[in-house]
Design a protein around this ligand. Structure first.
Ligand code: GDP
Length: 284
């Protein structure tokens, strides 16, 4: 169900860039958030672009400063013929998945015209594994095995009809304050300005109670008037009996309303893949 609410939704503008940025390794620091301040009161119905959070994501301001326009490289990947994401029987049918744009800290956002679905979560939650499983590739998205992974927003074009947007992970304990601020600004800029962003999938580990950062990220998505879908990753690590209880706990801690789906997923067994695709298609 579409959650965007015209009253609630603050205006989200792109930064005016007309070219897409394959800016590559623009980020110099891993801007992952450490454990930080508690989220403010969850509230809705305001038009505030972003709530003030003191520290956790390094965000200090509600209004994002107008980002400087940076010249960015043109797309190097030719457009593909659009193909449906689902077969007639409703199962996913990924024919093409290509990393089209990489945005570093200083890059301008691409002027995409296709819908965007973003994936966010703590570092090591299984985001790369999920993205690879969704598109049936072993290593399209880089996994945590690569230390010092650059902090970039990666746009994967899928079937020529949608972008899966891989947001940099948070929760990296050793991140410096400046790194957290860089991370926060990059995410804030994207969530606030992308005109094509339809839904944010927030990944949390099914075994653990969501952290303050997870809660803040969830609130942040909701406050932007975006649709949230929660994915409870690594579902193969809990028993069938534990599953419903873990989902209930995650719902309660994040404060998910009934219309927010919480989907258990395993990149080992691919359980949940069809449900995630159904949500992606519903969002487009
Ligand atoms: P990222 O940092 O969020 O991109 O996380 P990765 O995808 O790199 O995964 C982090 C670790 O969790 C890796 O060792 C993965 O093999 C493991 N992992 C990810 N997804 C699953 C899953 O569904 N089940 C299990 N058992 N392990 C997983």
């Amino acid at each position: 169900m579409e959650q965007r609410n015209a009253e609630k939704k603050p205006s989200r503008k792109r930064d005016g860039a007309e070219t897409s940025g394959r800016a590559g390794n623009g980020a110099k620091t891993p801007g992952r958030a450490g454990n930080g301040a508690k989220a403010g009161n969850r509230k809705s119905g305001t038009a505030a672009p972003l709530k003030r959070v003191d520290g956790a994501f390094g965000l200090k301001k509600k209004e994002a400063p107008a980002p400087k326009k940076k010249p960015s490289a043109k797309k190097t990947v030719p457009p593909a013929d659009p193909k449906p994401l689902l077969r007639e029987d409703g199962t996913p049918d990924v024919r093409e998945a290509v990393l089209e744009t990489v945005c570093g800290v200083t890059s301008s956002l691409p002027g995409n015209t296709l819908p965007e679905i973003a994936f966010a979560g703590k570092s090591n939650v299984g985001k790369s594994s999920l993205l690879n499983a969704l598109v049936n590739r072993k290593a399209l998205a880089r996994t945590s095995a690569q230390p010092g992974k650059t902090q970039t927003i990666n746009f994967y074009r899928v079937n020529g009809v949608v972008y899966f947007v891989d947001l940099p992970g948070y929760g990296f304990a050793n991140a410096s304050e400046s790194a957290r601020i860089a991370w926060g600004k990059m995410i804030e800029n994207y969530l606030h300005r992308s005109e094509q962003l339809k839904t944010v999938f927030l990944l949390v580990d099914i075994r653990h109670t969501p952290s303050e950062n997870d809660r803040m990220m969830y609130d942040w998505i909701a406050d932007q008037g975006l649709r949230a879908v929660v994915i409870a990753t690594k579902s193969d690590k809990v028993t069938r009996n534990q599953l419903a209880g873990r989902v209930k706990d995650i719902r309660a801690v994040l404060g998910c309303p009934d219309e927010t789906p919480v989907i258990p997923f395993s990149s080992e067994t691919k359980a949940g893949r069809n449900e995630i695709f159904a949500e992606i298609v519903r969002s487009m």
